[in-house]
Design a protein around this ligand. Sequence first.
Ligand code: NAP
Length: 309
Amino acid sequence: MRRCDAAVVGAGPAGVAAALYLARFGVNTVLVEKSAPGGLLLTTFEVKNYPGFPKGIKGYKLADLLSYHIQPYSNLTHVRAEVTGLRLEGRHMVLTVDEDRLEADCVVLCCGVGYRKLGLPDEDRLLGRGLSHCAMCDGHFFRGRRIGVVGGGNSALEESLYLTKTVAELHLIHRRAAFRAAPVYVDKIKAADNVVMEYNSIVTALHGSDKLEGVTLKRLPTGTEEFLPIEGLFIFIGFEPVLPDLPAEIVRDERGFIVTDAEMRSSVPGVFAAGDIRSKLCRQVVTAVGDGATAANAANSYLEQGNAR
Ligand code: NAP
């Protein structure tokens, strides 16, 4: 079993910031991530609201910069593996990391979020066969085709704007008549000439055997249903927390996100949470980075005060 002072779980913007700050505090840190650093940045086309990049920066480029930034620290080890569980054992915390175990005096959970699903019967089967959660990864498959996008938040509209450059026709399917996305995106999407607004509508069925051929749209005011022939459907209806098995003592909100105080301390001493996994309203790259730095500061104080369980 490996041992460290601090374990950071997840290498999205929050995890990288937490690991970087812990390393600079001189803490012996292990950062565990099952894929490349960057988190959702790896599937984000462009980030336009990260201070310091007035022209925007491609998601993968920002992810690369984050990754380079944590390389020079000899007291920071990056382990490429999946954390499936966290247990409290006496004075220590023990993480299950693939087949191995990692013992730490404190843990910063930065596991991020995964895409919420519609909950329809054929959704898993058609994922990658017309269904997608990533415009940048899959948009090129639908060049000159008719597609749908579900959602009315920043993700749906931002990704739709990217897709309008490639597809022939984009049906934006939203369950209400008003978008919750920022006005800057709403104005742009309304001005696009290849977008058909499907307000007050939900997808009730997915059709296609080998690949998506269309969806059933239910019009909410009337309850009438109609078939919409589309070859692609991009689903951006929010996120769900991605978490390993956690002790019940770690308090979570009704949607499963970890409740913390302003210093990123969870209800269990020595367990901190940062970034999108945390119960909060504003989920941005910049807030994730701020959470990570704050969590590292609190974790370092916890270690300095000899608070290990
Ligand atoms: P979101 O803001 O939670 O929006 C989800 C959208 O999906 C809402 O319009 C919601 O409808 C709809 N929805 C939820 N469940 C649904 C269902 N079962 N069927 C149909 N529609 C459903 O999620 P998000 O857009 O992914 O954004 C998540 C967070 O990341 C937000 O804090 C957002 O601001 C942030 N973000 C920021 C940026 C940026 O700043 N550039 C970009 C992307 C994301 P209702 O509106 O009716 O609830």
